[in-house]
Design a protein around this ligand. Sequence first.
Ligand code: PMP
Length: 419
Amino acid sequence: MSEVRVDPNLARYASRASALRASEIRALFSVASRPEVVSLAGGMPDTAALDLDAVGSMLQTLMAEDGARALQYGGGQGDPELREQLCEVMAAEGIEARADDLVVTTGGQQALDLLAKMLCDPGDTVVAEGPSYVGALGAFQSYEAQVVHVPMDAEGMDPGQLEDVLAQLHREGRAPKMLYTVPSHQNPAGVSLSLERREQVIALAQRWDVLVVEDNPYGLLDFKGEHHPPLYTLDPTRVVYVGTLSKLFSPGIRVGWVMAPGALRDKLVQLKESADLCQSNLTQALAARWLRDQSWHDQIDRFRELYRNRCRALTDALAAEMPPGCDWSQPTGGLFVWARVPEGIDTGELLAKALTARVAYVPGRAFYADGSGARELRLNFSFCDEDRLREGVQRLAGVVTEELELRAAFGSQLGEDER
Ligand code: PMP
C-alpha cells in the first residue's frame, strides 16, 4: 500500500487560515471551463459585449498623455479623479456621495475583506441573508466570525425573521458586528428588497444599534425598471456602502470602493495601505477615463438588455424542462437564478452527474455558513448565449429527472441504505 504523506506545513497554518475551505466554485472552475461543458456555475459578466476597440484606444491615449503617472504608485485612499467619477455612478443610484468618503479597493471583494478585518474579532457575530454571497462568507470566516443567517423570500430578507434573529442574539449577549446584505438583485437569489422592507431593515438596525454593510454590485442592472433606494440613503450614518465596477465595466480592472462614515473611512485607508499600499494607478486611470469619456450609461443599458433576455431564456427553459417539484426565483436583475430541486436530492452530490452530462452549477450549500442549502443551486445567465443556456437547462433537467426516476424505482432501498 502506498503511504499517504501529509504535508507537514499544514500544521503551520494560523487558525484563521485553517478555518478557510476551498470555495466550491473554485474547485469547479477547472472542469466547468472545458468547452464541452455548459457552465451555469460562474459569475462572469459578458465582457465581449464591451466596445473593446474604444477601451484599446483609451489605453493608448492614457499612455501618451499620462503614462508616467499611471505606471507610478498612488495614494492609499485611491485616485481623487476616479473617486469623483465614482460619485457619479452612485448618483445614478440616487446617492449624494462625497469623493472624500470613498476608499478605492481591489474590487468589492477587498472592501469586504478590509471591513471584516476592521470589525471582527474571532468569535464575533455577523448577520447575513441566507443564502449569501460566497466571497463575503469567505471573508467573514477568514477573520473567524460566526455568520447567522436571516431567511429570504421573493422580496429578499424577511424583516420579521431579522427581528427574531436580533432579539435572540441580544438574549445571548452577542451584539452583531454588522448586518451584511445585498439588497438589490442579490447574489445568489436574484431578488430585491422592497422599499417597505428596506425601511423596516433600517429601523431594526437602528433599534438594535447594528452597523449595516450594503453590498451593491448589481443595483444598476435591473430588468423591471423598478428602482429602490439604496439602504445608504435611508441612514448614511449607519450604512457602509460597497460598490464595484466589475459588473458595470470590467472585473479585470479590479476597481471597487467602500464609502464609510468618518472614523471607519480613516481606518479603512490604513488597512488598505497595509494590505497592498495602494490600488493599481493604471486601472484606476483607465476606469476614470472610461467614466469620463465613454457613454457608460449606454453600456449599462446594453448589459441590462442582454442579461434580461438571457434571464428570460433561462427561466423559460426551466419552466419547459424541469420536472415537477422544482422551483426557482424570478430575478429582478443581476446575474443569477436561485433554484430548488425536490426533497431528497442533494445538489452537492448531484454535481458529479451533472458534470458528466456536461453542465455545471454551484451547489446551494456554498452560500450558507451553517450547512443548509442541500436542495438548492445557483444558475448564472450572464455569460452563455441564449442557445447555450437552453442547452444547459436541458442537460440539467435530464440529470434531475433521472435522479428522481432512480429514487422512485429504488427509493425504499435508498432510504434503508441511508439509515
Ligand atoms: N459582492 C457581491 C454580491 C458579488 O456578487 C461580487 C462578485 N461576484 C462581489 C461583491 C465582488 O466582486 P468584485 O471584487 O469583482 O468587485
